[in-house]
Design a protein around this ligand. Structure first.
Ligand SMILES: Nc1ncnc2c1ncn2[C@@H]1O[C@H](COP(=O)(O)OP(=O)(O)OP(=O)(O)O)[C@@H](O)[C@H]1O
Ligand SMILES: [Mg+2]
Length: 321
């Protein structure tokens, strides 16, 4: 009785497995190894069913010979099952290769999408920067010229003061505009590359944060130019790391080293501040933007930090093409 129950269970399971396998044939794009494994599973169903019928007939009329399939055919079915399984398993590497290929394709298309988004964002920034610089810039300059051309001789002291204030505000507006336009798309980066652009960025930043000494070593990168999209990504990433160190680390020293070797650029950004847990949840966008930017160009990013004052070290390596 137990044997009969077990046979019924195994037949049901076998039919389910065969059903799933048949449905997966299309998913595996009619992969030969999967078709063979499916056939083997279906044949096993037939065998289990035959065994069930045999055991049942033994119980009912005492006969021991096969009922549904003759013995010889039963052996053939067994041999075919073994063959299908054996060849199918040997060919299973194809399925694994297929899965790996699909995974690779998925990752590649994700990266392509990401770099397209980043490129579109940079293009947009460049357009806005150009519009501000070339459109609003000359307008403000001509307002400044007109205001300075006003004669102050017949003006009262109050009017002179208002005029001086107006000139001051216009000058500030021109300065602000240049700065915004430059932040949107740094002209030094476009014209002279990452090392010079970072140097300019740090020179402007240092006076605003005297508590942290920023040491920048551009290494052999001074005159080096590479793919503009990658230059922008590297520039933005290092700027955000510098901003983070100044904003959160409370560090005494921040060092940035750059090197290029053959087709690779490596950057180390290290501070001696309070450190943090890179795995911790954060509301900020900076670190996740860094990770996605670096991943979009298949670069390497390592953040070595822990809370407790040990500082933070970030290692970046990207390919230049
Ligand atoms: N160099 C660092 N030293 C200490 N803590 C850091 C450092 N860099 C990042 N952190 C910590 O990691 C968190 C996440 O940084 P992230 O750049 O993602 O966000 P944020 O700087 O807070 O905001 P956002 O960059 O969006 O303006 C920070 O809030 C900070 O606590
Ligand atoms: Mg940040």
């Amino acid at each position: 009785m137990v044997l009969l129950i077990l046979l019924v269970i195994s037949i049901v399971l076998q039919i389910l497995a065969a059903g799933v396998a048949v449905r997966l044939i299309r998913t595996t794009k009619f992969n030969s190894s999967w078709i063979l494994i499916t056939i083997a599973l279906v044949l096993m169903c037939v065998m289990r069913f035959n065994e069930f019928a045999t055991v049942l007939s033994e119980r009912t009329d005492g006969r021991t010979n096969m009922i549904v399939i003759e013995w010889e055919y039963y052996v053939w079915v067994g041999v075919a099952t073994s063959l299908c399984f054996a060849v199918g398993v040997f060919l299973v590497r194809k399925i694994l290769n297929y899965i790996a290929l699909r995974e690779e394709q998925r990752r590649n298309s994700e990266k392509r999408l990401l770099s397209a988004v980043i490129r579109a964002e940079e293009n947009q920034r460049q357009i806005i920067s150009k519009e501000l610089h070339d459109g609003l810039g000359p307008l403000l300059s001509s307002v400044r010229m007109s205001v300075s051309a006003l004669s102050t001789q017949q003006l009262s002291d109050t009017q002179k003061e208002i005029l001086a204030n107006t000139e001051y505000v216009i000058n500030e507006a021109v300065k602000g505009l240049t700065e915004i336009s430059n932040n949107l798309s740094p002209h030094v980066l476009n014209n002279f590359g990452v090392a010079r652009a970072l140097n300019t960025f740090i020179r402007k930043l240092q006076p605003m944060c005297p508590a942290t000494r920023i040491a920048f070593d551009p290494g052999n990168m001074q005159q080096v130019r590479f793919d503009p999209d990658r230059e922008v990504i590297l520039y933005r990433v290092v700027c955000e790391l510098i901003n983070n160190a100044l904003k959160h680390a409370g560090a005494g020293t921040l060092t940035i080293d750059m090197r290029t070797e053959r087709d690779w650029v490596t950057v180390n950004v290290a501070d001696d501040g309070r450190g943090f847990d890179p795995e911790a949840e954060s509301d900020g966008m900076g670190l996740s933007n860094i990770a996605s930017r670096i991943s979009s160009i298949r670069g390497e990013l390592q953040i070595d930090s822990r809370p407790g004052g040990g500082g933070t070290r970030v290692f970046i390596r990207i390919h230049t093409r």
